[in-house]
Write a protein that binds this ligand. Structure first.
Ligand code: HEM
Ligand code: HEM
Length: 138
């Protein structure tokens, strides 16, 4: 298993743990519901998407009898998606606590990096899966 594949799966499980704790805190303290976006995106971009990236990078090329075309791009995607997710959620929460135009701008910037990382997955998977396989050698 490539290192970034393993890292995606480990990160995804960590996000599930953190988001569940935040979920419980939101149940307990309704004023924390202002952080619902942090909880939902720790789950949807952290737990769910990163598990899909990890399992997808590992399994989908194998189904097609291929290797990941650009493993280095997968490594870059791992860092881009994690740094941007953490950055986006920290600055979102800071903007909730102390609203400020610069926090909002930095949140958006990290959101754009997150979209970039989604683009890397999109490109790498299609570049891996779409090309026709060579015919079997006799
Ligand atoms: C211990 C586990 C969890 C707890 C205690 C919890 C708790 C909560 C709470 C209190 C809310 C706010 C509801 C409201 O607006 O009144 C919420 C929203 C949400 N949760 Fe969780 N949650 C948990 C796990 C999960 C998981 C595993 C996922 C996804 C895989 C998830 C996805 C969401 C989403 C998408 C929302 C936003 C829904 C909306 O806007 O209506 N949660 N959760
Ligand atoms: C670059 C990635 C993403 C960005 C920048 C983003 C941004 C946002 C924003 C601004 C909201 C509205 C929050 C509010 O009403 O206060 C939202 C809501 C939501 N998004 Fe995303 N999103 C992204 C990816 C995703 C993905 C991949 C999923 C699901 C797999 C998802 C699921 C949801 C859900 C369920 C809600 C409603 C719950 C909530 O209000 O927190 N998002 N998103």
């Amino acid at each position: 298993m490539d290192r970034f594949v393993r890292n995606f799966i480990i990160a995804s499980i960590i996000y599930l743990g953190i988001s569940s704790l935040l979920g419980i805190a939101m149940l307990h303290q309704t004023r924390l519901l202002s952080l619902k976006f942090v909880h939902s995106h720790l789950n949807m971009l952290g737990w769910v998407s990163m598990m899909i990236y990890g399992v997808g990078y590992h399994i989908l090329p194998k189904f097609a009898g291929k290797m990941i075309k650009y493993p280095k791009m997968g490594e870059i995607q791992f860092w881009a998606s994690n740094i941007s997710l953490i950055g986006m959620l920290i600055f979102y929460a800071m903007n909730v606590a102390t609203p400020s135009a610069s926090y909002a701008m930095i949140t958006t910037f990290f959101g754009v990096v997150q979209v970039f990382s989604i683009g890397l997955f999109f490109y790498n998977m299609l570049a891996t899966l779409l090309p026709a396989s060579p015919p079997p050698q006799r």
